[in-house]
Design a protein around this ligand. Structure first.
Ligand code: UDP
Length: 239
């Protein structure tokens, strides 16, 4: 089978793993995503994963309730480690070799992020799950995804969401919203469309990394994006 991208960084938000529960992790949803990942990993695509933590804690939301922002962000980063361990377990049950690499030391649970070691794992066909975001507060796992994508030399960022691409308005609020097949990062920023935060997008733009925004809930979509089929929206560098 022909794959368009040889190395991909897949970003999954924490919310995409909560399924119908509305909080935490839904085992069926995690297993479902793991099965989709296993299919492309077995076909030889090098896959790095970044998983968010918004299904458990977000620093900003905690700060709005009075918690110290940095403490809240530390809690958010720990949440991403919980999600990473759950995904590692699900991927191993699919028969894949995996490693979790955390940006903060947690050596009893997982490896520390070391770029050369991560690349070696990918070369050996292991799926590497990057946990604990960037390791720094005030940032998001979208920024971590772009950072790691650059570091491992990914050909593409796959941003899995619950809608099938980027729309000019929120399609859940306005049924006449139009989906873009392609759009540039600058246009996304200027139109204030919610794709990734601007820190993440400027990092991607400055380093020439494109992103495909797609719906994770549709079976087989990870494979289709990697094969280059027109799924979701391609966010490009410029015209
Ligand atoms: N976070 C952080 N630094 C990072 C990545 C994440 O402080 O580099 C914290 C932040 O509080 C964030 C939370 O971890 O809200 C969970 O990550 P994110 O909101 O990106 O998760 P997602 O929305 O993808 O589920």
């Amino acid at each position: 089978m022909e794959y368009r991208y040889k190395t991909a960084l897949l970003k999954i938000s924490g919310e995409a793993l909560q399924g119908p529960l509305g909080f935490g992790l839904d085992p069926d949803t995690v297993d479902n995503v793991a099965a989709q990942i296993a299919e492309v990993s077995r076909a030889g695509v090098r896959l790095g994963l970044v998983i968010g933590g918004g299904n458990i804690f977000r620093g900003q939301a905690l700060a709005e309730r009075g918690l110290n922002r940095v403490t809240g962000d530390h809690m958010g980063m720990l949440a991403t480690v919980i999600n990473a361990l759950a995904m590692q377990d699900a991927l191993e049950r699919q028969g894949l070799a995996t490693r979790v690499q955390s940006s903060i030391t947690m050596v009893e649970f997982c490896e520390l992020y070391i770029r050369r070691r991560a690349i070696r794992h990918l070369e050996k066909g292991r799926v590497v799950i990057f946990a604990a975001g960037t390791g720094n507060p005030y940032l998001t796992t979208d920024t971590a995804a772009v950072l790691r994508a650059n570091e491992i030399g990914a050909d593409i960022i796959l941003k899995a969401t619950r809608v099938d691409g980027v729309y000019d308005r929120d399609p859940r609020l306005d049924p006449s919203a139009k989906r873009f097949e392609e759009i540039t990062y600058l246009e996304v920023i200027n139109r204030r469309l919610k794709v990734m935060d601007t820190t993440a997008m400027s990092l991607a733009m400055e380093n020439g990394l494109e992103t495909i925004v797609f719906d994770l809930q549709k079976e087989g979509n990870i494979k289709k994006t990697i094969m280059g089929e027109p799924v979701g929206t391609l966010v490009k560098i410029g015209d």
